[in-house]
Design a protein around this ligand. Structure first.
Ligand SMILES: Nc1ncnc2c1ncn2[C@@H]1O[C@H](COP(=O)(O)OP(=O)(O)O)[C@@H](O)[C@H]1O
Ligand SMILES: [Mg+2]
Length: 358
């Protein structure tokens, strides 16, 4: 990506805090580029350094080392006045909305414009337009306490857009919301991205959020980016165990794994049975491959769990299945699965501790 295409360009960012005489490296040599007009997501558990990294983008947190370039300007070289101008073009939303309780919804959205050279009438009109854009035209005179969580976040989004930012940063903005409301807020962010050309940089601890609207993703652990790429690429071929964990929990595979232990599936297998965990990607659809197993090889497939998720035009399937066959020819079927592009994990032999002890 050329410098010009990058809305955000971070190079070798390290943020170290002094904690009672010890150094805590919250962000550790992170480099990333966010293409203008794209939606870029960072996923990581609590404490990974996501919020610290996000605060570096507008220099609310100055990095210990590294360079911060936003819209082709090295922010560390700007005067305070210039930096304030750049910051106005970076909107931010948070998990806890941060609305002013004593002001109406309209006044909350107007708030960032109070110090600006703009007439009262224009300011009001701008705020009304933004409320319309986020679907809250009828709530201008309401107070934050009268709104649901999703509506509060919409007000916060409208307020973040008051200065016509180029970039919107979302720090766990949907983390306090139920799944349905989360979806509607993500759809809104996507609409703003498409309609206004807004670059969205979002951080989350939920892979589900990444999956639904991001184009690029980076996985963060202990201050470092351990894996990154297009969402399709990372979901189809995760390289790091943590990335796999995030993806599998988004597809409910984690619960499935627990089910195997709880139901003692391995312990109850017959000698002619194999317990397999299969992963399908677009080129091998689960239905055709499984029916082929039966038709061609006479192998019975008992599907215990199956989930297909659509990610960036790819369909990715996860399946837990018990294969059984009378004449000891199961391996032929497993070879067939692998030749068809299915990733096969044989769970049959991975007995629990109890089994080993007996
Ligand atoms: N201002 C600060 N002073 C000292 N330590 C901090 C400060 N801000 C964050 N940290 C520490 O940096 C680490 C990363 O925190 P944070 O960026 O908030 O992670 P995340 O947003 O991924 O949960 C944590 O260990 C946190 O305690
Ligand atoms: Mg955080």
């Amino acid at each position: 990506m050329s410098e010009k295409q990058a809305a955000i360009d971070l190079k070798n960012i390290t943020v170290a805090f002094d904690k009672k005489g010890e150094t805590l490296t919250a962000v550790d040599d992170v480099s990333l580029q966010v293409k203008r007009g794209s939606i870029y997501g960072i996923v990581g558990y609590s404490g990974a350094g996501k919020s610290t990294l996000v605060r570096v983008i507008n220099l609310l947190q100055r990095p210990t080392s590294g360079t911060v370039t936003v819209s082709e300007q090295n922010l560390q070289k700007l005067s305070d006045k210039k930096l304030r101008e750049v910051r106005q073009k970076i909107g931010m939303i948070f998990q806890q909305f941060n609305l002013l309780r004593s002001r109406t919804v309209l006044n909350n959205v107007e708030y960032p414009l109070l110090g600006e050279k703009i007439s009262r009438a224009k300011r009001k009109k701008k705020a009304q337009e933004l409320l319309k854009l986020v679907g809250l035209a009828d709530y201008a005179s309401s107070y934050p306490e009268d709104l649901s969580g999703g509506q509060k976040q919409r007000v916060a989004i409208a307020r973040a857009l008051a200065n016509d930012p180029d970039i919107l940063i979302s720090d766990e903005a949907t983390s306090a919301l139920d799944p349905q409301t989360t979806d509607s807020i993500l759809q809104l962010l996507q609409k703003l991205n498409q309609k206004l050309g807004l670059t969205v940089f979002l951080i989350t601890h939920e892979m589900q959020v990444i999956k639904s609207i991001c184009q690029q993703v980076a996985v963060m652990e202990n201050g470092r980016i351990i894996e990154s790429g297009s969402v399709g690429q990372v979901f189809a071929r995760p390289q790091q165990p943590l990335t796999r964990d995030f993806i599998e929990s988004a597809a409910n595979v984690t619960q499935m794994r627990q089910q195997i232990v709880d139901d003692q599936l391995r312990e109850n297998l017959q000698p002619n049975e194999r317990l397999l965990y299969l992963k399908f990607s677009s080129n091998a659809t689960s239905e055709s491959v499984i029916s082929e197993l039966t038709a061609k090889y006479g192998i019975k497939a008992n599907i215990l769990f199956a989930n297909v998720q659509k990610v960036a035009q790819l369909s990715l399937g996860y399946m837990l299945v018990i294969l059984s066959e009378k004449n000891g020819k199961i391996q032929v079927g497993i070879d067939y699965l692998q030749e068809s592009g299915v990733t096969v994990n044989d769970l049959t032999e991975q007995k629990g501790e109890n089994a080993n002890a007996s």
